[in-house]
Design a protein around this ligand. Structure first.
Ligand code: SF4
Length: 222
């Protein structure tokens, strides 16, 4: 089985409940969305075809034997939109079988029912400001595992904030899974967003993209 791979890189997870942990990222090529703030447009087309076995061997070589513990290195499949590859669930199963914790970053635009339940799903609920909110598959909410998966909102402006707050409240989704509110880089003042979350008493995790603070917004392979 082959996949078009944009890059494989070892870095610090920049977002979500696992922010700060060492992580090996596999970035697959291709995405059918075109978010207004996309920072990985280079992954739309660039990449090389690789065999699944070759990819798994690289993961083992670079991460070493699987370890346990709250900050053990883990592996994340990202993109692009990794689920645009119909065989991505098979690759995720292969990574799990190596014994690592495995995460998946996805836009929530593709069916999650085929993704192994134990894969940590970090699902990006696209807002109106992204220009791609209509791509959302509402049935994916049923696939989110409480205490494991995360629902992320990248907010582009005050309208996005109001929309995301209302959307979550309508579904009481923050009673079931961890919700992340993140300012779109360079478009929303983080202090403003943090203040709004506190003033409204929202049960969400405010987050910044740690890797951009460390290495800058334009750096690749981090
Ligand atoms: S889903 Fe991700 S990779 Fe695709 S356009 Fe949006 S931000 Fe870029």
């Amino acid at each position: 089985m082959t996949f078009k791979v944009n890059e494989v890189f070892h870095s610090i997870q920049g977002e979500g409940a696992r922010a700060g942990r060492p992580c090996l990222f596999i970035r697959l090529t291709g995405c059918p969305l075109r978010c207004t703030y996309c920072d990985t447009a280079y992954a739309f087309h660039e990449g090389v075809m690789r065999e699944q076995g070759d990819l798994l061997a690289e993961v083992r070589r670079r991460l070493g034997p699987p370890r346990t513990g709250p900050c053990a290195p883990f592996v994340e499949l990202t993109g692009g939109e990794p689920l645009a590859h119909p065989d991505a669930p098979v690759l995720l199963r292969g990574l799990l079988d190596l014994g690592y914790e495995v995460a998946l970053e996805t836009a929530g635009s593709h069916d999650l029912t085929l993704v192994p339940r134990e894969v940590v799903k970090i699902v990006d609920r696209k807002t109106p400001g992204s220009g791609e909110s209509h791509r959302w598959l509402e049935s994916n909410l049923e696939c989110l595992v409480p205490g494991q998966d995360e629902l992320k909102f990248v907010l582009c402006d005050a309208e996005d904030y109001d929309w995301a707050r209302a959307w979550c409240a309508e579904r009481r989704i923050w009673d079931r899974v961890e919700v992340l509110f993140s300012p779109a880089w360079g478009r929303v003042d983080p202090a403003w967003l943090a203040g709004q979350v506190l003033a409204d008493g929202l049960p969400v995790r405010f987050q910044l993209q740690l890797h951009k603070l460390i290495w800058g917004a334009e750096a690749r392979g981090v």
